[in-house]
Design a protein around this ligand. Structure first.
Ligand SMILES: Nc1ncnc2c1ncn2[C@@H]1O[C@H](COP(=O)(O)OP(=O)(O)OP(=O)(O)O)[C@@H](O)[C@H]1O
Length: 290
C-alpha cells in the first residue's frame, strides 16, 4: 500500500532550484532513501513532507489522500527526526521522552523505547551532558515515540562513530520488521545500500536514478571496480581520482592490474564489486561526499 506519494514537487529559492519537479512513491513497510550530495535538495524535500516548509508546486498524498498542508490527524501518524534537534538542556533523557510521549497522548511504552534505543545507562543524564551520538540516539527515539506509521529521518547518522551508526541501523530494521515505513535521507551510500528497499538518487534538485540498490547497481553497467594508489599520473580512464587514489571500472580486472603493475608505480590494489557510490560517480562524475 502506498503510504506516501509525491508528484512533480517543486521548491525554488530565487534562482536556486532546490527541488525541481520530483515524483516518487513510498510503500508501507519499506525503507525509502533519498541519497545525494550536500545541497542536492534532500532536506528541502523532507521538510516539505514534514510540513515544515511550503512547496511551490506539486501534489503530496499521505496515506492515499491528497493534502495541501499537514493536518493534525496526519501529523499524529508521522514521526520526525530533524538534522539538528533542539531539546531542553536541563531535562533528563527520560523526562524528555516523557514530555514528547505526553504531547501525543499515545505511543510506545517508555520502557520499550529506553530498551530499544539502549538508553538505560543515560536515562537520568541531563540532555546538556550528552555526547553527539547519545543526543542523536535520543532524537531518533523521540521520532518513534508516538508509534507513527512513517518516520522521517534526515541524515540520522551524520557525524556518528561506526558503533553508534550501527545501533541506529538496527532500530531502523527493527521498526521496518514491525511493518513501519522509514523515509531516510543520507549521503552515506553504504547506509543506503544496507538499509533501503528503494533508493532515489538526487542531484541538483532532480532524481537522476531510482530503484532497489541492486537494480541501480546492475543497470549502471558497472562490472568490477579496481582501486589503487599511485603518485604518478596513471593513464587510465577513472571514475574518480583524489589525492593519488584511483577508482576504476573494468570488465577485465586481471588484465587491468597486470598492465598497471607493468607500467606504473601502484600500490594498495583492491578489487571489489560496484556499489551505489560508484553508480553516483558514473552518473555525475562527482563524489557523494563533495
Ligand atoms: N532557506 C533557504 N534559502 C535559500 N536557499 C536555500 C534554503 N534552504 C536550502 N537552500 C538551497 O537549496 C539547495 C538544496 O538544499 P538542501 O538543504 O535541501 O540540500 P540537501 O541535499 O539536504 O543538503 P545537505 O546534505 O547539506 O542537507 C541548496 O543549494 C541550498 O543552498
Amino acid at each position: 500500500m502506498e503510504i506516501l506519494k509525491v508528484v512533480n514537487l517543486k521548491k525554488y529559492y530565487g534562482d536556486v532550484k532546490a527541488v525541481d519537479g520530483i515524483s516518487f512513491t513510498v510503500e508501507r513497510g519499506t525503507v525509502f532513501s533519498l541519497l545525494g550530495p550536500n545541497g542536492a535538495g534532500k532536506t528541502t524535500t523532507v521538510e516539505i513532507l514534514e510540513g515544515l516548509r511550503k512547496k511551490d508546486e506539486g501534489e503530496i498524498y499521505y496515506f492515499g489522500e491528497k493534502k495541501e498542508s499537514l493536518d493534525s490527524e496526519t501529523k499524529r501518524k508521522i514521526g520526525v527526526c530533524l538534522q539538528k534537534s533542539a531539546f531542553f538542556d536541563n531535562l533528563t533523557v527520560l523526562e524528555t521522552l516523557k514530555l514528547f510521549r505526553g504531547l501525543y497522548g499515545k505511543g510506545l511504552k517508555l520502557s520499550e523505547v529506553v530498551d530499544l534505543f539502549q538508553l538505560e545507562k543515560i536515562e537520568r543524564r541531563r540532555v546538556k551532558t550528552l555526547s553527539g551520538g547519545q543526543l542523536q540516539r535520543l532524537a531518533v527515539a523521540v521520532a518513534f515515540i508516538n508509534d507513527p506509521e512513517i518516520v522521517f529521518l534526515d541524515e540520522p547518522t551524520t557525524g556518528l562513530d561506526p558503533q553508534a551508526r550501527r545501533q541506529i541501523w538496527s532500530v531502523i530494521e527493527h521498526f521496518k520488521n514491525q511493518g513501519k515505513t522509514i523515509f531516510l535521507t543520507t549521503h552515506y551510500m553504504e547506509e543506503a545500500e544496507k538499509l533501503s528497499d528503494y533508493v532515489c538518487i538526487m542531484d541538483h534538485g532532480k532524481i537522476i536514478a531510482e530503484g532497489t540498490p541492486s537494480s541501480l547497481i546492475n543497470s549502471s553497467g558497472l562490472k568490477t571496480v579496481v582501486e589503487f594508489d599511485s603518485d604518478q599520473n596513471v593513464d587510465v580512464k577513472y571514475l574518480e581520482k583524489k589525492d593519488g587514489h584511483y577508482v576504476v571500472e573494468t570488465d577485465t580486472p586481471e588484465d587491468l592490474i597486470k598492465e598497471l603493475l607493468r607500467r606504473w608505480n601502484v600500490s594498495n590494489i583492491v578489487i571489489r564489486k560496484p556499489n551505489l557510490e560508484d553508480v553516483f560517480l558514473k552518473l555525475t562524475g562527482r563524489d557523494l561526499r563533495e
